[in-house]
Every structure is written in structure tokens, then in C-alpha cells.
Design a binder for this molecule. Structure first.
Ligand code: CP
Ligand code: NVA
Length: 310
């Protein structure tokens, strides 16, 4: 970066933003969502272009970023590994230099976080993590916004994480540290969270339980994810055996607070990590959670490109 260059703000991990920036973003997401529901046009990003790079499959991330950018007046370029030079081993540094000269903001879904970090280090424009093996910050942004909509502040509350110590679990831990809540984590042996990978400093923001039912006791939110994340398909059979007791069911929901919510980032496998009764039941807010991806990401793109409004 040369002297006088504008400082670029990326969103590569949940901890890239501070507590008060989240307060601002949740408020903006609420306003942006209300305008959308009211059919009010809000186009602060006219002439801005978002490049979306997908090295893994997606439904929600693709639709929420693409629809969100168009609604804000901007446009979108969609790239995948298969149809770009990324799949033919063009260095990620060169891809970042080129793409970021032509667009205003970039969203990337890829494998290793290191690749995203390298892209961001060579980008002239803000880069957003649309999921890596290690983190999924946009999803947790939506999940916490959804919690706030339904139950108010998350500070001081307990979130039960039932399942794999994966990208979602790591990001919940980062969020707990920044926003002041606690995560009760229960994973099968061999699939534990690694605080170094999660990137947290405060061991007090989570507690580990051997049994998922214990993790759910008293929780205000129970959440889970697929047994096998994208990129780990070769371990599928092994995981199906290891995770068999990590299925969120009525008994686990009954152990949580009477008004506990259930969330899942989706896509879900009914009968594996969650029963149909729970995900399709009255405590589940998974459809609000999915929709809220779009509203929070609109607030995020607005913030990264325009700074604070008003
Ligand atoms: N939750 C989520 O990121 O969904 P997609 O994989 O469909 O984008
Ligand atoms: N942990 C899952 C989340 C999918 C949105 C994965 O990485 O595949």
C-alpha cells in the first residue's frame, strides 16, 4: 500500500470487526430489511460491481449476495474454479491483482483460509469470506441477527453447538468472544474444536461437554451443521458412524430453555444431524436465518464500501 492509499477493510474472519461495528451492522441490517419488506428502493451501490468466486457449491451464499447486490443498484460477476483461470493454476496473487482492478468488492468461497488471506493481501478492494474450511463469518452474522430479531440481545446468553468442530463452530467461538456470550460445545471424539484454529484468546467463552444433551441444558439457542462439510467427503462413512449420537432431537430441545431457538446454516440432512421434528418444528427459525443472510450481507457490503451511513 502506498502512502495516501485508502485503508481497505476486509471481512475474512468474524474477529475482523469490533463489538461496536457489529452493533452498527445489526442496526443497519434491521433498517435495510425493513425497507426491502416495504418495497422501498434503496440503491446506494449504483455502478459498483461485486465479483463472487466459488470454488465450492452454494445456494444461499450465491443467491443472497447476488440478489442483495442487484437490490442495492450494483451488478455482479460470478466466477467458479471450472470456468475461470483459477482452475488452471493461475496464481491467486495474480487473480487478486487483476480482478480487484475491475470490480469494487469481492466475495470468495474456497478451501483453505490461507488462500483467501493471500487473495486479500493482493486485492485493491474489500474481500469477504463466503466460507472457507476454517470459518463462515457471514453465516454467523446472519445467525446472530436472527437471534436478536427473535429474542433480543445475545450478550450473556448460551449457545449449544452440537456436532462437528468445523468452520461454523470456529466462527461461533469468535463471535462469543467479541459479543459476550457463551458456547457449549459437544463434538464426537476426534472432531473437537481447536482453539488455535478458531483463533480465540479467551477460553472462558466456551465449555466442552462429552454428551450433546449436557451441552443443550439451559441453552437459549441450539445449533448444528452437517456431519460432513464440503471438501471432507472422503471421510463420509467414518463420520456417519462417529456422529450418530450427535443428532439434535426433541430430548435435546427439551433440555434447553423452554423458549430456546433452533438454527442450522443449511443445507440440512433430516435424520442425520437433526430430526425432521426439530428442524420443521415450532422452535426452528432456519428460514428466517437463511433469508437474513441477504439483509446482513447488504449491510456488510454497504459498510465495507461506503462506511457508516448517517
Ligand atoms: N449456509 C450456506 O452457506 O449455504 P450455501 O452453501 O447454500 O451457500
Ligand atoms: N460446514 C458446512 C457449511 C455449509 C454452509 C460446509 O463447510 O460444508
Amino acid at each position: 500500500m502506498k502512502p495516501g492509499d485508502k485503508l481497505i477493510k476486509h471481512y475474512l474472519q468474524f474477529k475482523d470487526l469490533r463489538t461496536e461495528e457489529y452493533t452498527y451492522l445489526f442496526d443497519r441490517a434491521r433498517i435495510i430489511k425493513a425497507r426491502f419488506k416495504n418495497y422501498e428502493r434503496y440503491q446506494p451501490l449504483v455502478d459498483r460491481t461485486l465479483a463472487m468466486i466459488f470454488e465450492k457449491a452454494s445456494t444461499r451464499t450465491r443467491v443472497s449476495f447476488e440478489a442483495g447486490m442487484y437490490q442495492m443498484g450494483g451488478s455482479v460477476v460470478h466466477l467458479t474454479t471450472g470456468d475461470s483461470q483459477l482452475g488452471r493454476a493461475e496464481p491467486v496473487e495474480d487473480s487478486a491483482r487483476v480482478i480487484s482492478r475491475m470490480v469494487d468488492i469481492v466475495m470468495i468461497r474456497t478451501y483453505e483460509q490461507a488462500k483467501l488471506d493471500t487473495f486479500a493481501a493482493h486485492s485493491r478492494v474489500p474481500v469477504i469470506n463466503g466460507l472457507t474450511n476454517e470459518y463462515h463469518p457471514c453465516q454467523i452474522l446472519a445467525d446472530i441477527f436472527t437471534f436478536i430479531e427473535h429474542r433480543g440481545a445475545i450478550r450473556g446468553k448460551t449457545v449449544a453447538w452440537v456436532g462437528d468442530g468445523n468452520n461454523m463452530a470456529n466462527t461461533w467461538l469468535q463471535a462469543a468472544e467479541i459479543l459476550g456470550f457463551k458456547v457449549h460445545v459437544s463434538t464426537p471424539g476426534g472432531y473437537e474444536i481447536d482453539p488455535a484454529v478458531a483463533g480465540i484468546r479467551d477460553a472462558g467463552c466456551y465449555e466442552v461437554f462429552n454428551h450433546p444433551l449436557e451441552a443443550c441444558a439451559g441453552a437459549h439457542l441450539v445449533t448444528t451443521d452437517v456431519w460432513t462439510s464440503m471438501g471432507y467427503e472422503a471421510e463420509n462413512e467414518e463420520r456417519r458412524k462417529a456422529f450418530v449420537d450427535w443428532c439434535v432431537d426433541d430430548e435435546m430441545m427439551a433440555a434447553a430453555q423452554p423458549d430456546a431457538l433452533f438454527m442450522h446454516c443449511l443445507p440440512a440432512h433430516r435424520g442425520e444431524e437433526v430430526t425432521a421434528d426439530v428442524i420443521d418444528g415450532p422452535q426452528s427459525v432456519v428460514w428466517d436465518e437463511a433469508e437474513n443472510r441477504m439483509h446482513v450481507q447488504k449491510a456488510l457490503m454497504e459498510y465495507l464500501l461506503l462506511g457508516r451511513i448517517g
